[in-house]
Design a protein around this ligand. Structure first.
Ligand SMILES: Cc1ncc(COP(=O)(O)O)c(C=O)c1O
Length: 390
């Protein structure tokens, strides 16, 4: 019989450069491979398994919904999506939520909202959206174009027009584009995740918020990766003291099930009317039941725990031998090593620790509740490997 790796190589589209590792089970922040080796999980499926693998409270919430019904379509009312929308609005001040199935779809919704809002309020033509260089907003044709990295713009043209790229942390560059073009919105991640785990400067973010207000355009925050407790607040914008007009999120929202959401604040509360947008699976009851469990459990205590764990990692690694820099926010952390990142990553894996990568950095995205003892063991391994390979 063909083994899993060979079957995958033969039949699954060749889009992923997978590691030579087959995960067969896990619990909390531990993963196990087909040979029974144990790993400390610092990636959580790229910021998805918010409370770790097969967390029992989350499993119970999802299983309970599975026993009722798995899907109804958006033709009818159902309680999980209504409950989740209410929870998200109460915790953020948003007025409405649109549910999709992924980060890219949440961003597609955000882009559609910006274009329709601008058309409704200013007339045709004010459709441009300013995004930042080095950003990442998804892999649909439109979100690829919204992504401010040329490398993503080579193969799939023609792309929709209307995206302009400003320099991150350079307010003048955003101002210039906004003033010289007819714009609907500025759209940005507060910590550029795929771009290398780089947090935007507070002054820059406050400046962009003020600019959006004075130019009457929307401030749209992509919290697909930064959201849902990852950065030490429920959403990263709360760390900056700003208020977005639209916010997208996904990844950790469902705790391991596919779901994306666009949160619509006051200005755009009424932008999406009946028939203007939709999704067959959007608001799926199973995903929403998982997400209600996740969001209701991101309490002040959990957030305090995220910040404490973050401080620990920053203080242990910032001046460690073989480590050039530590960046990020909360439990979204980038580590630049003197040695080549692939070598460091490979050696960490060989020693039972699974970080992931972002550009030339190790990226840590552990569960919000990773036990301190496991985090300490993982940090010790990263320190040892970075020093030995330097
Ligand atoms: C900031 C950001 N936006 C959008 C996306 C796309 O999300 P998805 O892969 O769920 O479509 C990602 C994924 O890495 C992301 O980090």
């Amino acid at each position: 019989m063909q083994n899993v790796k060979d079957t995958d190589k033969q039949y699954v589209a060749d889009t992923y450069a997978r590691f030579d590792l087959e995960i067969t089970s896990g619990k909390g922040s531990l993963l196990y491979d087909d040979k029974g080796n144990e790993y400390i999980d610092l990636g959580t499926g790229i910021a998805v398994n918010t409370f770790g693998v097969s967390d029992s409270e989350w499993v119970n919430a999802v299983t309970e919904q599975l026993g009722k019904f798995q899907h109804t379509s958006n033709l009818y009312y159902s309680s999980p999506s209504a409950a989740l929308a209410k929870l998200l609005c109460e915790k953020t001040g948003a007025k409405k939520v649109f549910f999709g199935n992924s980060g890219a779809e949440a961003n597609e919704c955000m882009i559609k909202v910006a274009r329709k809002w601008a058309q409704d309020t200013k007339g045709k033509g004010d459709y441009n959206i300013v995004t930042l260089k080095n950003s990442f907003h998804g892999r649909t044709v439109t979100t690829l174009k919204a992504t401010g990295q040329d490398v993503f713009h080579h193969d799939f043209g023609p792309f929709p027009e209307g995206f302009l790229y400003a320099e991150p942390n350079d307010l003048e560059s955003v101002k210039e584009l906004v003033k010289e073009n007819r714009c609907a919105a500025v759209m940005m991640e507060l910590v550029q995740g795929e771009g290398g785990v780089i947090a935007l400067d507070r002054d820059f973010v406050l400046g962009v918020e003020a600019l959006c207000k004075s130019e009457n355009i929307l401030l749209m925050i992509d919290e697909v990766q930064t959201g849902n407790g990852r950065c030490g607040e429920l959403y990263a914008y709360m760390n900056y003291g700003i208020k977005p007009d639209v916010l997208s999120t996904a990844k950790g929202l469902g705790g391991g099930l596919p779901i994306g959401a666009a949160l619509l604040f006051d200005k755009v509360e009424k932008t999406l009317g009946k028939g203007s947008h939709g999704s067959t699976f959007g608001g799926n009851p199973i995903s929403c039941a998982g997400a209600v469990n996740v969001i209701s459990r991101i309490t002040d205590d959990v957030l305090l725990g995220v910040r404490e764990r973050s401080r620990y990692v920053f203080s242990e690694l910032s001046c460690a031998k073989g480590i050039k820099s530590v960046s990020g926010m909360g439990l979204m952390i980038g580590i630049e090593t003197e040695a080549d990142v692939n070598a460091v990553l490979g050696e960490c894996m060989a020693r039972g620790v699974l970080p992931i990568k972002a550009k030339n950095k190790l990226r840590l995205l552990p569960a919000l509740n990773i036990p301190m003892e496991l985090l300490e063991r993982a940090v010790k391994v990263i320190k040892e490997v970075a020093a030995e390979l330097a």
